[in-house]
Design a protein around this ligand. Structure first.
Ligand code: ZN
Ligand code: ZN
Length: 126
């Protein structure tokens, strides 16, 4: 006698499942592309990865926008789980210290911050 309930629940489940699946497929898609484009090395601690521990290597979005996935991989960076955590913690910390600046300059500041990050990465590499 619970047909009505399960009917509605099933429909909602299907929608949720479909949304989760497309999200998973999208993430799977850019992860695979990033792993093809870049060597399996953490961009921060230079830890090397193999197929055995590849699940600990994650794809970080440089601009923190997971919907921004240029095919040339310019928004991706391969980071191990730990460095990826650090990266996000640092990003979250930053705005609180510079809130007065960012409210004044808006977009300009975030653009400057991103190019600064790129400089930092380049310096580390070279
Ligand atoms: Zn690392
Ligand atoms: Zn990330």
């Amino acid at each position: 006698m619970t047909e009505k309930k399960t009917g509605a629940g099933h429909r909602l489940d299907a929608v949720v499942a479909a949304a989760q699946q497309s999200r998973a497929q999208r993430e799977q898609g850019y992860r695979e592309q990033a792993l093809k484009l870049y060597p399996w090395i953490c961009g921060r601690c230079s830890r090397e990865f193999t197929r055995a521990n590849l699940h600990e290597l994650t794809v970080h979005h440089r601009d923190h926008n997971h919907d921004h996935n240029p095919p040339d991989g310019s928004n991706w960076e391969l980071l191990c789980l730990y460095c990826h955590d650090n990266e996000h913690a640092r990003y979250l910390d930053a705005p609180s210290g510079t809130s007065t600046d960012s409210s004044r300059d808006g977009q300009q500041v975030s653009h400057k911050a991103l190019s600064g990050l790129a400089d930092l990465l380049n310096k580390k590499d070279g």
